[in-house]
Write a protein of this length. Structure first.
Length: 337
């Protein structure tokens, strides 16, 4: 008499197991599907270690908190960060790297002999350390460089945005990469060149830029919370032109990097979670949030008041690593917002 009852229990157990497995499968599928719809979240960690503390850009870096000192304090960010800038010694699991590079500072740096060129040397150095170079954020940094001792620095072709490269610059760099690969200096014969721009929408509004855009993999726009970028509503990075530039770039089938920072900390202008508030306002204004070619890279350069912000732990929502965790969750969450 007990046998049929046992059978019923077994059938019920099997059915419950099937439902649980199906639920887990659907959840995993949803997460994987969402990941495919999202771009990268990246981070520029500074100061990385005590070796960086002799820096003085934006104020002395002496005594500042470092990422190295947060070892073990950011397991979520370490696991889920997609791309990191200029550092493979932290807890980050990723080996995908990005870096900034300035073209047009002087003839020696721009020597197209791959065995002498600094850009090739930079890529080679990271690849020898096991990195995979994901993006090279490149520009002609004339406006700053000419006032910082680089007397040979030359602007790009457009007075509206002197950071933009010449078409010939891009052609020369591509040819040099191919030569470098042929000589066994690099792992690949080409790399993603992302044009760093100064103006948020000139490149999207002026047709003269289109031939250059076709030669590049994308655009990186730097959005600060300092100087002319403040306040958000009327500053250099006000939402309308930023959104227009980003959407135009994505419509070209290119990649767009919202290079966000430096961000402020406790000062007259600061209010709690100002760094999150700006992003939420950009998203509300139409800046794409979940798109495979839309990337968010945090530029946590220790500039002015931003120098006082704690690096971690990630459990501190006001810290750099806490902010990074929040951004990863916002971009990568399977719940579309």
């Amino acid at each position: 008499m007990m046998k049929p009852i046992t059978q019923k229990v077994n059938i019920a157990s099997v059915a419950a197991g099937v439902l649980i497995s199906l639920s887990l499968f659907l959840e995993a599928t949803q997460t994987n599907s969402n990941s495919a719809l999202c771009g990268n979240v990246g981070l520029r960690p500074l100061p990385r270690s005590e070796a960086d503390l002799n820096g003085n850009h934006g104020g002395s870096w002496a005594g500042m908190p470092t990422f190295e000192a947060q070892k073990g304090n950011y397991p979520f960010v370490a696991e889920h960060l997609d791309v990191v800038m200029d550092w493979l010694e932290g807890d980050f699991k990723t080996k995908r790297l990005f870096f900034e590079y300035y073209w047009g500072l002087d003839a020696v740096r721009d020597d197209l002999d791959p065995e002498k060129n600094l850009l090739v040397k930079t890529i080679r150095n990271w690849e020898l350390k096991g990195a995979e170079v994901e993006h090279i954020l490149i520009c002609r940094e004339y406006d700053l460089a000419i006032h910082r001792g680089h007397k040979e620095a030359q602007p790009g072709p457009f007075k509206e945005d002197t950071r933009i490269l010449y078409e010939k610059d891009v052609d020369d760099i591509r040819a040099m990469f191919k030569l470098a690969r042929g000589k066994g200096l690099l792992k690949h014969e080409n790399y993603k060149l992302i044009q760093m721009v100064q103006e948020p929408s000139f490149f999207a509004d002026d047709k003269r830029f289109l031939p250059i855009m076709k030669k590049m993999e994308g655009i990186a726009y730097e959005c600060h919370q300092f100087n002319r970028h403040w306040p958000l509503e009327t500053g250099w990075s006000k939402p309308d032109p930023v959104v227009r530039g980003a959407k135009w770039t994505l419509d070209q089938g290119k990649e767009y990097i919202f290079y966000y920072g430096p961000i402020i900390w406790k000062c007259e202008k600061y209010y709690p979670f100002v760094e999150r508030d700006w992003l939420e306002k950009y998203w509300k204004a139409g800046l794409p949030k979940h798109h495979p070619n839309m990337h968010y890279y945090l530029n946590t350069f220790p500039n002015e008041t931003g120098r006082g912000r704690p690096v971690g732990p990630e459990t501190d929502p006001h810290s750099i690593l806490g902010f990074t965790q929040w951004l990863i969750q916002e971009i990568k969450s399977p719940r579309q917002k």
